[in-house]
Design a protein around this ligand. Structure first.
Ligand SMILES: *[C@@H]1O[C@H](CO)[C@@H](O)[C@H](O)[C@H]1NC(C)=O
Ligand SMILES: *[C@@H]1O[C@H](CO)[C@@H](O)[C@H](O)[C@H]1NC(C)=O
Length: 381
């Protein structure tokens, strides 16, 4: 008798549970992932209905159009407004802040097995906000530490990129949460201003060039209203590189920059090497034939962003290195470098790093550096 009762209870629970799941699946909006652009309501232009706002706090799981939310998520608009302790939301910006243990997520219709990168513009609003956690489907998770003072701009949010691969299913989700919030300081929480995705297509085979994506034309979406370039997570934390072919070897080593906001030597995008030292390299492994000679060519320049001084990029092919120099006036320019090397094995690691540290003239807290573009390796005689 007792077991019959508990069985009934279990069945009842199951029914309640499946009903709840059914309801949330019905209500949760599923959007089609753009192949290159903002997510639906990705810049939070569509505000929650005023009746779903308690001051700035969003009330209701589905009240932020196109998104699902949980916990203390606030909607900030109409600036200029101070959020938390440190960040002034500029005029015209609409954004959400993610409180302690809160999240926002969006379900997306994606192409099975395709590669995507997510670009999002975010900033901390309090010194307490250490991380913004990004989760894509199938527990692919990363914590984005906000850059320390040396990279962090009070005036403009930084953009970050994260690569992921869709699985066999055609639905994925992108979720932002706050793992380090402090319930006592409810007004704190990372502020997200815009979220975009881009499908990463295989880079076309450039005839003769052994380097993949050597001109950096394939990379994360660069947000239209943000001018700071895009930081890419290191390879160790994000093996699906938002910059196909390339490995970023440490945190905040490079900034992916586009011709919308910077001087680019060739094509529409390039990378700026921000942090000096060999451990902060960007690299790629290529197939080589031992004892054959190869010619490595690349350009070094400046992005026209007030980064002034003597710059040097060291390039390595396995253990052979050369140093390319460039005098930057900060006004945009380029120099060409080439280097003949002899392969010692079937795989050769090609790596680049900035020799020095630089900061921009108008903000000595902000790193900048030489721009690398147009990397080619061709067999040489
Ligand atoms: C850029 O900002 C303007 C004004 O704030 C806004 O209307 C527009 O939708 C934004 N564009 C994108 C792509 O976010
Ligand atoms: C390598 O390529 C550069 C640029 O095309 C060229 O000027 C240089 O002579 C080449 N060097 C060798 C050894 O082939």
């Amino acid at each position: 008798m007792a077991s019959f009762h508990s069985l009934c209870f279990v069945i009842l629970l199951l029914m309640i549970n499946s009903r709840i799941t059914y309801i949330s699946a019905q209500l949760a909006p599923v959007s089609v992932a753009p192949s290159d652009g903002l997510l639906p309501n990705g810049n939070f232009d569509e505000a929650p209905n005023p009746s779903n706002l308690k001051k700035t706090t969003i009330v209701g799981k589905y009240s932020l159009p196109k998104w699902v939310k949980k916990g203390e998520v606030r909607y900030v608009s109409g600036g200029p407004k101070r959020v938390g302790f440190t960040f002034d939301v500029p005029q015209g910006v609409r954004a959400v802040s993610i409180g302690s243990e809160a999240y926002i997520l969006q379900y997306l219709r994606v192409k099975p097995w395709a590669y995507y990168s997510v670009s999002f513009s975010a900033t901390r609003t309090c010194p307490l906000d250490m991380y913004l956690r990004v989760t894509t489907s199938y527990s692919d998770t990363a914590d984005f530490a906000f850059p320390n003072k040396a990279l962090y701009s009070r005036k403009e949010a930084d953009t970050f990129a994260w690569g992921f691969r869709a699985f066999s299913s055609n639905t994925a989700f992108i979720m932002f949460s706050n793992p380090t919030g402090h319930p006592k300081y409810y007004a704190c929480g990372p502020l997200i201003q815009a979220v975009a995705v881009k499908e990463l297509l295989p880079s076309p085979q450039t005839s003769g060039n052994l380097i993949q994506n050597g001109n950096f034309e394939i990379g994360p979406h660069i947000l239209q209203n943000f001018t700071t370039g895009v930081y890419i997570h290191p390879y160790s934390l994000n093996p699906i590189s938002p910059l196909p072919g390339w490995r970023i070897e440490s945190r905040y080593t490079i900034r992916y920059i586009g011709s919308k906001d910077f001087f680019i030597p060739s094509g529409a995008s390039a990378v700026e090497l921000l942090v000096g030292g060999k451990e902060n390299a960007i690299s790629q492994d290529i197939d080589t034939t031992p004892n054959n000679f190869y010619n490595l060519t690349f350009t070094i320049g400046d992005a026209k962003n007030g980064c002034i001084g003597s710059m040097a990029v060291e390039a390595a092919a396995d253990k052979e290195t050369i140093k390319a120099q460039y005098e930057s006036q900060g006004k945009g320019g380029v120099a060409y470098a080439n280097f003949r090397f002899k392969a010692v094995s079937f795989r050769t690691k090609i790596a680049f790093w900035s020799v020095f540290y630089h900061t921009t003239i108008d903000d000595t807290n902000r790193f900048c550096g030489p721009v690398l573009d147009d990397v080619k390796v061709v067999p040489a005689l």
